[in-house]
Design a protein around this ligand. Structure first.
Ligand SMILES: *Cc1c(COP(=O)(O)O)cnc(C)c1O
Length: 427
């Protein structure tokens, strides 16, 4: 019998044993694979279910049963101020003041609501600057807003292409675009972390560039919140939006969030209003005039979906326990170890397109599969059959996200070995 001990295995197990955040994995339901568990590297797409979610949901169902309408005030987590319970942990993750954030709607809805307020086109200045490979929903949203205001996206939508190897966009390229077009740009919309390349952007530097040229600046943080520590207030951005089903682990279609900078808290901006954005002190006088709640709350439309917020409350509790600084510290180490292993063992199979500098990425590595056109799809299928869950983006990108809340070094090694196997036999 021949046994070959992989030295990386001992190292992975030692690193996992020494990880102070390792117990957090127990707080998640890891999908099964055969007699074991999946290697789940898809937290960038749908985060895993925290164990506490089921109880949090059942609490609300019980309160609905026992208290019905009175649960608005007497529930264990009273429904009337329910979103208030989410404010502190969300503000912490966003790096914002409490009244700068609110949990509501879904990401694209929030993007539209904030574009109504912050995209204020004039005849001379009506363009929007986005990235060329923006997430489709963001592109649809801004193009439709441009049309809604009577302009033509063919002229008014400026798309910034990646200028670095792998498709990343340098800060210099953003500065050049703003130098060239700044006077006609009304609004800049960029991601915190680019969904395809995994590139992280410097929100403060970009905000300063945009604001120096008189442009409003908003960020889509779908792939950034819960992945990177954020400092939205200090960044000076006008607004930001995010969803909660990726790194925030709040479940499919979870209630999203948004940030509106304090300097707009009392501003008389145009907005699409609803009763839940009305000042709560006088909301139930049911008067005909809308008086906005100061801060992000003033953008709410409807009374919050409690059954959809309960998982978010359970999930944010885990972030509060872990602390974003400690999660990030683990994340840098985990993704760095994963990257080194890929470079060492898979150089002929995978090219890493995500920037190398830890400051320019979160936990996700985007991997371009070398070889014939359908190699990537076949590798993806090979991994999936072995319980290694990564996601596949046409034409040739695998995205693998070791999430520090529940992934381990041994998961990274299982991925690398399965790819080695495929390269040696299956390819
Ligand atoms: C995931 C994601 C979305 C999803 O939008 P929903 O409104 O939540 O469906 C939008 N934009 C970006 C950049 C994303 O990564």
């Amino acid at each position: 019998m021949q046994t070959s001990i992989d030295p990386a295995e001992a190292e992975a197990l030692a690193r996992d044993a020494a990880d102070p955040l390792a117990p957090l994995r127990e707080e998640f339901l890891i999908p099964p694979h055969g007699d074991g568990e999946q290697v789940y590297f898809c937290g960038n797409s749908l985060g895993l279910q925290p164990r506490g979610v089921r109880a949090a949901l059942l609490d609300e169902l019980d309160d609905w049963h026992r208290l019905a309408v009175e649960a608005h005030f007497r529930g264990r987590h009273p429904w009337m101020p329910y979103h208030e319970e989410l404010r502190a942990p969300l503000a912490e993750l966003a790096g914002a003041l409490p009244h700068e954030v609110v949990a509501m709607n879904s990401l694209t809805v929030n993007l539209h609501l904030l574009l109504v307020s912050f995209y204020r086109p004039t005849r001379e200045r009506h363009a929007i600057l986005i990235e060329k490979h923006a997430f489709p929903s963001d592109r649809y949203a801004v193009a439709s807003q441009i049309r809604f205001h009577g302009h033509d996206p063919a002229e008014a939508l400026i798309e910034l292409d990646g200028d670095e190897a792998g498709g990343a966009i340098s800060e210099a390229a953003i500065a050049r675009a703003l130098d060239q077009h700044g006077a006609r740009i009304a609004l800049v919309l960029l991601p915190g972390v680019q969904y395809l390349t995994g590139q992280a952007f410097d929100l403060a530097a970009i905000s300063a560039l945009a604001r120096a040229r008189g442009c409003a600046i908003g960020f889509d943080l779908a792939h950034a919140i819960g992945n990177l520590p954020l400092a939205l207030h200090d960044s000076g951005a006008d607004f930001a939006v995010w969803c909660s089903y990726k790194y925030l682990n709040a479940g499919p279609g979870a209630v999203a969030g948004c940030f509106v900078h304090e300097r707009h808290a009392q501003a008389a901006l145009p907005r699409f209003a609803g009763w839940w954005g009305h000042d709560p002190a006088t909301r139930f006088q049911m008067g005909p005039q809308f008086h906005a709640t100061p801060g992000a709350d003033g953008w709410q439309l409807s009374n919050p979906p409690i059954l959809a917020l309960a998982p978010l409350r359970a999930s944010l509790e885990l972030f509060r326990r872990a602390g974003m600084a400690r999660l990030r510290e683990k994340s840098v180490a985990l993704t760095g170890w994963f990257e080194a292993l890929i470079r060492e063992r898979l150089d002929d199979v995978l090219a890493i397109v995500t920037p190398r500098e830890p400051a320019r990425r979160g936990c996700q590595l985007s991997l371009r599969v070398k070889g014939p056109r359908d190699a990537g799809r076949r590798l993806h299928e090979h991994l999936h059959a072995r319980g290694i869950i990564v996601d596949w983006r046409e034409p040739d990108i695998l995205r693998a996200a070791p999430v520090p809340l529940y992934n381990r070094h041994i998961d990274c090694l299982r991925f690398v070995r399965a790819v080695q196997d495929w390269a040696a036999h299956g390819r």
